[in-house]
Design a protein around this ligand. Structure first.
Ligand code: C2E
Ligand code: MG
Ligand code: MG
Ligand code: MG
Length: 290
């Protein structure tokens, strides 16, 4: 009986594995078709300064799946990474971001900039610099309007090679941003070695910044350190007026999060240009008086 039960369990397990594999293969096939059919599109989330001015935005990929609707990266990025499809998807997002940003600049916002995420698979793909250059050429976007967001995980394998690639990218004129700072193996000595322009403080530090004094202390120290090294600071995941007020008081350069706007399609972002986002939390005197 025990043997039979074991066999049943095994059969159930095998069936589940089979179903999982089939699902994976379906997803992979759909993803390949989706790349051909240009179903991967860029949404954009504003980055604003202490006055609520929209100066930059981050491109965040979405899959407009014909049956399932708009899918977030969590649903498909892991498999896109694993299969290498992220290289093709990433190039489409990069090119779209360059085109969209140029359009915004030409519509009366000549200083508008765009940031695009680069994953480790794209980073280790040997012609990233050539891809970036060709997207700039195809679109006509000036290089200094483009920022690439990388994470510390890209630096683990071979720090020297990573630094060389970052230098090559910067030689094109694009800016480099270190994303999710504080989550990985952040060593402070990295900051000194890395050719970066901006550092993005991870959402996990921002979440409780107005209630947890340790998170506030760490954030304040990161901002001071970054500014001392000539690096600008962006806070990600700003969701409340309270968080925003603390960050403004700490002289954080740019802020990004649901408090200002969720990621939106390109046309929606175009309609937000020139607006002040975030409301009254941006006035430090008023928030101090509360
Ligand atoms: P990320 O680059 O750190 O992007 C920030 C993520 O936080 C985005 O999730 C964004 O929608 C979300 N977010 C923004 N503000 C808030 C907030 O106030 N509260 C909360 N709870 N979340 C907020 P999303 O769009 O799902 O992207 C997840 C990750 O997928 C990104 O993290 C990035 O690592 C990756 N990713 C997105 N687009 C691309 C892409 O085009 N290429 C590559 N290689 N990776 C991408
Ligand atoms: Mg990012
Ligand atoms: Mg981030
Ligand atoms: Mg993140």
């Amino acid at each position: 009986a025990a043997k039979a039960a074991g066999r049943n369990t095994y059969q159930l397990f095998a069936q589940a594995m089979h179903a999982q594999n089939a699902e994976r293969l379906d997803l992979e096939r759909e993803m390949r078709n989706g790349v051909q059919a240009q179903q991967f599109v860029a949404y954009y989330q504003p980055k604003v300064n202490a006055d609520g001015e929209l100066l930059c935005c981050e491109a965040l990929v979405r899959w407009q799946h014909p049956a399932l609707g708009v899918l977030s990266p969590a649903r498909f990025l892991p498999l896109a990474e694993e299969t290498g499809l992220i290289v093709a998807i990433g190039r489409q997002v990069l090119l779209a971001a360059c085109h969209d940003c140029l359009r915004w600049r030409q519509s009366g916002y000549p200083d508008m900039r765009v940031a695009v995420n680069v994953s480790s698979r794209q980073f280790s793909h040997d012609d990233l610099a050539a891809t970036v250059q060709s997207c700039l050429d195809d679109s006509g976007l000036p290089p200094d309007a483009l920022e690439l967001e990388i994470t510390e995980s890209l630096l683990l394998d071979n720090l020297d090679a990573a630094i060389r690639l970052l230098q090559a990218l910067r030689a094109l004129g694009v800016k480099i941003s270190l994303d999710d700072f504080g989550t990985g193996y952040s060593s402070l000595s990295y900051l000194q070695k890395l050719p970066i322009d901006t550092l993005k403080i991870d959402r996990s530090f921002i979440q409780h910044i107005d209630s947890r004094s340790s998170d506030a202390a760490i954030t304040r120290a990161i901002i001071t350190l970054a500014h001392g090294l000539g690096v600008r600071v962006v806070a990600e995941g700003v969701e409340t007026a309270g968080q925003c007020a603390v960050l403004v008081e700490m002289q954080c350069d740019l802020m990004q999060g649901f408090w200002f706007s969720r990621p939106v399609p390109a046309q929606t972002l175009a309609a937000m240009l020139g607006q002040r986002l975030g409301g009254q939390c941006l006035l430090p005197e008023e928030s101090a008086a509360e």
